[in-house]
Design a binder for this molecule. Structure first.
Ligand SMILES: [Zn+2]
Length: 297
């Protein structure tokens, strides 16, 4: 199935795919194992910082290996690419989805660059996600209250978003409806009425960034509105990784990485499994049956 078909299926059946940030092989393992366990389609993504650490080719090859090994639908996404060149590198290296985040640029410039990226990506069958109104916060645990950060942001205006989508032809729009990157003392409240208006106006898919630490009920309602097919999750994976690694190493003299890392991978897997259940994508992967695999062999 193509990326478009995988997202269409999610939209028509009323669930969303988790887009999980993977900065290293252990996180990829945790994410993929969760997908396999729950038969869920997956998006594995990397931000520019993560891809720089992982290596473009290494990331591609690792995901490709898992896809072959599992016979499993895994889409890759370059998360928050910030410039034309960075996005083009992603197009060249074969991501299924490119998120171009031009939200820091003047509107017209964002439109202009996004349009070029969409044209180039579509030639290769790659889907593009655009962003107009900046999704604030970093993918870390924050001490300050979500409200103060939300108040400094500009919530997505349905009219302006429709203009952006019409001018650029993006396949997905990353909306800001109170969702923030990172986790907060209290979960950020989402403006679901606004999301409804955006969904009614826009012909494309929608994505929800900041999928860590939101109220479960808000996420369910956001998906139920019908256009949100991609929910980004990063902070909770990072926190599970670090806390588990600290616990494993505490008082231990172990030096073999292959004995140190399995609990870390399992902790990441657990978080991902929870998100898959919440997003409703469990059991939705279209996997060739064992019978047809055997026939092919
Ligand atoms: Zn994001």
């Amino acid at each position: 199935m193509t990326a478009q078909e995988i997202l269409n299926k999610a939209k028509s059946e009323g669930y969303a795919l988790g887009a999980f940030n993977a900065g290293d092989l252990e996180i990829v393992k945790g994410v993929v194992q969760a997908g396999v366990e729950l038969k869920s389609p997956l998006i594995v993504e990397a931000s520019p910082g993560e891809i720089k650490f992982f290596g473009h080719k290494n990331f591609d090859c690792v995901i490709e290996n898992f896809k072959k090994e599992m016979g499993f639908p895994i889409l890759t996404n370059l998360d928050h690419s910030l410039g034309l060149e960075e996005a083009q590198e992603g197009i060249e290296s074969g991501f299924d989805l490119i998120h171009f985040d031009g939200s820091s640029l003047p509107y017209e410039e964002n439109v202009k660059i996004t349009k070029v990226i969409v044209e180039q990506a579509h030639e290769k069958g790659i889907l593009v996600e655009g962003e107009v109104d900046k999704i604030l916060g970093e993918s870390i645990p924050h001490r300050e209250e979500a409200e103060s950060i939300q108040a400094s942001g500009s919530y997505t205006d349905p009219e302006k978003a429709a203009d952006f989508v019409n001018q650029t032809g993006v396949d997905i729009l990353a909306v800001f409806i109170g969702n923030l990157h990172g986790t907060y003392p209290q979960p950020p409240k989402l403006d679901l009425e606004r999301l409804k208006l955006i969904a009614e106006k826009l012909p494309c898919f929608l994505s929800l960034h900041g999928g860590s630490g939101l109220l479960e009920e808000d996420i369910k309602q956001a998906i139920a509105i019908g256009k949100v097919v991609k929910i980004n999750v990063n902070t909770e994976l990072r926190v599970a990784y670090r806390e588990t690694l600290e616990n494993v190493l505490k008082g231990s003299e172990e030096v073999a990485i292959y004995r140190i890392m399995p609990p870390v991978i399992a902790a990441v897997q657990k978080v991902v499994e929870g998100k898959i259940q919440l997003f409703g994508s469990a059991g939705k992967a279209v996997i060739p049956s064992e019978e047809s695999t055997t026939t092919q062999l």
